[in-house]
Design a protein. Sequence first.
Length: 282
Amino acid sequence: MKTADDIRREQRELWNGSSGKGWVAAQDLLDMMFRPFEDVLTEAVDSSPAKAVLDVGCGAGATTLAMSRLVGSSGRCTGVDISEPLIAVARARAARESLPAEFVVADAETCAFDAAAYDAIVSRFGVMFFADPVAAFSNLRRAARTGAALRIVAWRGADENPFMTAAERAAAGLLPEMPMRSAGGPGQFAFGDRERVQHILRESDWVDIDLSPLDLVCTFPEVDLIRYFTTLGPLPRLIGDLDQASRARVMEAVRPAFDPYVLGSEVQFTAACWLVTARAPR
């Protein structure tokens, strides 16, 4: 049985290796796809008095930078992520825009954040990969000021997000090494169970906990579809070493699986997520 240390090591290797490199290569595509969720998070900060914002699992920094544009030089926006390649991209983007956003390479589960430093903690798909979620959210709770708002977007279950698993389902018969999705995580769908998420937040001392379904339409150009499924997710890790003929067979199996989501020149799918909100107790 894997220990928490085993899981942390695997996550560091993954996000500083193949997955991190894939997200760097597809940064523009991911930003386009997930812009609706960025808008949900930034609108909430824009309508609040928050001036010190922590973005957990910030990736290449899109949400952190959006927050920084809102709060300006009078505020503080910090993005934290375990992936050095992604943080390097985020820092470069901030420098190009002359934004004061800060980016930290660290595991938010164990990072020594300043105590009571933030009045808003947000995340766009960045909190489902912790080895010990209760320890992680307890650590984030210590970084939150009294009354601070927690607002995160996380995927619901795999069964409600068929687009996200279309490639691996289509290729499963050709790739017996395809990893099985674990509903309990860590992984994309680790927060699919409402009661589990509520338990994690209660145990880590958050209050006023609410999970509301958030179903938003995501789009990107059809010309980027092959780039999408050969760069992101488990498929690219398995096809990289295949010979040309085997790789072609996988591609022939996978591409038609996305036909239901292609509308003219655009790929369109509904992302079934939770909008999770909570507050640090007063």
